[in-house]
Design a protein around this ligand. Structure first.
Ligand SMILES: *[C@@H]1O[C@H](CO)[C@@H](O)[C@H](O)[C@H]1NC(C)=O
Ligand SMILES: *[C@@H]1O[C@H](CO)[C@@H](O)[C@H](O)[C@H]1NC(C)=O
Length: 236
């Protein structure tokens, strides 16, 4: 009796786990305008996907928790802890190109995101010493992310076998509280410097932070591919 019950629970759970969420509107592989269809489907499903799908074990991407992010440059050390990024839910799809025969896809999207964390920073940017610990807020305008991934179909599911990413942005704005132990004048100079010369600072912060954002997105998409059969995501 107990065995039966376990079997029933297990199979119920796995059937449930394989149901395509209603907000995903799959395209057909034979659609002559496949990329256009996928682009639309991704744009429509994006916000709900970013909210997470607990039934499929898919975590939310807005907010997305990055934990500790380290900038470890000889001249500048920053430790961000409890790092949280918001805004991905509002992403806009620039393009989605898929070639099922080659097992390749390219996803290009833009989002306005805000990173918040506790920071501890010490070092120098250009000739300006910079030091402090407190709250950091970084607003990134039009963060444009390009992900090119390779995939294979194994046992009826897509499996991402590798990816390359690149990104750019229009602007970043910083707010660091408690710079120089609260010294107002030094803090003001530093805040003016970082906001006017944002790209110099972002060259240090972006690689560890944005690489991690992208990895989190890929991880959740991999879970979708692992739970929903490929032919439900792209109809034959
Ligand atoms: C980001 O915000 C700017 C205005 O601050 C807006 O012009 C732009 O369209 C936004 N980008 C996205 C992807 O929502
Ligand atoms: C930005 O950096 C330049 C050097 O590249 C410096 O001359 C300028 O003063 C900086 N801006 C601010 C507001 O500190």
């Amino acid at each position: 009796m107990r065995v039966l019950l376990v079997v029933a629970v297990c199979c119920l759970a796995s059937t449930k786990a394989q149901t395509l969420p209603s907000f995903i509107h799959p395209c057909s592989a034979s659609d002559p305008e496949l990329n256009k269809c996928i682009q639309k489907a991704v744009a429509e499903a994006g916000p709900s996907f970013a909210d997470g799908i607990p039934a499929l074990g898919i975590a939310t991407l807005d907010p997305v928790q990055l934990g500790t992010v380290l900038v470890n440059n000889p001249s500048l050390k920053i430790t961000f802890t409890d790092t949280v990024v918001t805004g991905l839910r509002g992403f806009k799809v620039n393009s989605f190109k898929m070639s099922p025969e080659a097992g390749k896809a390219t996803f290009d999207f833009t989002a306005n995101v805000t990173l918040k964390a506790q920071y501890d920073m010490n070092g120098q940017v250009l000739i300006l010493p910079i030091r402090g610990n407190g709250q950091a807020k970084i607003k990134i305008t039009n963060l444009n992310i390009l992900i090119k991934y390779d995939y294979e179909t194994r046992e009826g599911h897509w499996l991402v076998t590798g990816y390359k990413d690149s990104y750019k942005m229009d602007r970043a704005q910083f707010k660091f509280t408690n710079l120089f132990g609260g010294n107002k004048q030094l803090a003001e100079t530093t805040n003016r410097f970082t906001n006017e010369n944002w790209s110099i600072i972002m060259q240090e912060i972006a690689p560890p932070a944005i690489t991690e954002i992208i990895r989190k997105c890929i991880d959740e998409v991999k879970k979708l591919f692992a739970t929903i059969p490929a032919e439900q995501l792209l109809r034959p």
